[in-house]
Design a protein around this ligand. Structure first.
Ligand code: SF4
Length: 297
């Protein structure tokens, strides 16, 4: 059994455990503010909607406090801007914010989630300057390569835009982390594995696998309640995940084997609310089936 997991990769790189500090840039998203769409991706609940960024030093202190019990003395951190589209805002202000976020010696990297269609010239110039200061990770929500699924989830950009974004980010030395959702309506296991294989064919360094969650208040919830979509069982999810891990290029780091859904708003599948049990079952099944990353490229 082998997969290239993030904690091990970070420990090898930094010699200690590294903790993510969840921070807010205050950016919104063009898929929610009316520029591309108003309802966002079909599964997106807009959690933490457009929270004011707040003082970044205070945010860092609060985020450190949240992991203090685990982290202890001498811990290292990644400044992590996860929610919404963190390059969709005033570039000057964002550069100041990100610059301050990575100023501390104990912050070893900057991680920014964004959309491939929000990486214009000015943004790329800013990212390039930031990447010269600290390692930069950029997360892109590809989710699927299948056109029908991409339209259904209202992703709002073409595959070619993603490919161009990866190239631009690699040119400035950023590491690219791609999100894939398993269990999109109509996708068979081989379709999901095809997405993973495609990701491995790009110059990307990390992957996050997510389960399709139905969250309260989303358009997906309305579809689910009308009986138009179904969700995976835990067994089906693990079966699909195994196929994807086997289809993933061996050097790509797996940042997540399952998502971190907001439990409070979770409608389905309810089994995903017990993350500890889910991860334990994944690990046990992977061991039983001797799952090896990259054996089915
Ligand atoms: S791009 Fe991200 S933040 Fe924007 S609607 Fe989609 S999931 Fe939500």
């Amino acid at each position: 059994m082998y997969w290239n997991d993030l904690n091990t990769a970070l420990k090898e790189r930094y010699g200690t455990k590294v903790y993510k500090l969840a921070l807010s840039s205050g950016c919104s998203c063009p898929n929610r503010d009316g520029t591309l769409g108003e309802r966002g991706c079909i599964f997106c609940d807009g959690a933490g909607a457009f929270a004011a960024a707040g003082d970044i030093d205070a945010q860092i202190a609060a985020a450190k406090e949240r992991v203090a019990a685990k982290a202890g003395e001498g811990a290292k951190y990644i400044a992590y801007f996860q929610s919404f589209t963190n390059t969709y805002g005033d570039v000057e202000q964002l550069e100041t914010l990100f610059g301050r976020a990575i100023a501390g010696e104990d912050i070893v990297a900057l991680s920014i989630a964004t959309r491939p269609d929000c990486l214009g010239e000015e943004v790329m110039a800013m990212l390039s300057r930031l990447a010269a200061k600290k390692p930069l990770w950029v997360e892109l929500g590809l989710q699927t390569i299948h056109e029908e699924s991409a339209r259904y989830i209202r992703r709002g950009y073409e595959l070619a835009v993603f490919e161009e974004a990866v190239k631009k980010l690699r040119r400035i030395g950023a590491e690219v982390i791609v999100h894939q959702i398993l269990g999109l309506p109509g996708e068979r296991v081989e379709d999901m594995a095809a997405t993973t294989r495609y990701i491995g064919g790009q110059d990307v360094q990390g992957v996050k696998f997510h389960l399709l969650h139905v969250l309260r208040g989303t358009d997906l919830a309305a579809e689910y309640e009308a009986g138009k979509v179904s969700v995976l069982t835990l067994e089906e999810y693990i079966h699909a995940l195994e196929a994807c891990v086997r289809a993933l290029r061996r050097d790509i780091v797996i940042h997540r084997l399952t998502g971190d859904g907001a439990k409070r708003d979770l409608i389905a599948p309810l089994w995903s609310g017990d993350k500890k049990r889910v991860l334990n079952t994944i690990h046990k099944t992977f061991s039983l089936h001797d799952v090896e990353q990259g054996t089915s490229l």
